[in-house]
Design a protein around this ligand. Structure first.
Ligand SMILES: [Ca+2]
Ligand SMILES: [Ca+2]
Length: 160
């Protein structure tokens, strides 16, 4: 075996093992809400409650890059002009094959949708991205009967 061929063989082998790691390190993970996802918010009132259902189908939630990385993606909706629900998705990428999510919901109720009067929260356990649809709910535990339900399934798309 000549020296040149051996060098090429070694380089090829290194390339073979290095390629997946290099790809994974540069991969960007994009997250979407699957069609059928929604967030329903109930603004508790003296008379009829205000109930608003926000469609989240194919909503782009954001992205992050790299392996063993983590990030928090956030979106919010407001109902009745005064009950705001902020959804945080605590994303973690543990290896090249799967990503986990923890749902954190904050409920604010005040005079306007810009309120920062924090009245309730909920945190889910760890789940794998792509699991079937689940419901997560949060209630106003400080003042009133406001509440919200997040019905969601996540979709992950990896780009190199
Ligand atoms: Ca109200
Ligand atoms: Ca309040």
């Amino acid at each position: 075996m000549n020296r040149k061929f051996l060098a090429a063989l070694v380089a090829g082998a290194v390339g073979l093992f290095a390629a997946p790691a290099a790809q994974a390190a540069s991969a960007t993970h994009h997250f979407y809400a699957e069609p059928g996802s929604y967030l329903t918010i109930v603004d508790d009132e003296w008379g009829d409650d205000v109930v608003e259902k926000f469609e989240l189908s194919n909503l782009y939630l954001g992205n992050f890059s790299g392996v063993t990385n983590s990030t928090t993606l956030t979106f919010s909706r407001c109902a009745g002009g005064e009950v705001k629900v902020v959804v945080h998705l605590l994303m973690s990428n543990w290896n090249t094959t799967y990503t986990t999510v923890r749902y954190w919901l904050d409920l604010y109720e005040g005079i306007t949708c810009a309120t920062n009067d924090w009245d309730g929260w909920y945190q889910s356990g760890l789940r794998q991205v792509g699991m079937p649809f689940e419901n997560f709910s949060v209630k106003n535990i400080e003042e009133g009967g406001d509440s919200a339900v997040l019905h969601i399934k996540l979709r992950e798309k990896v780009t190199i």
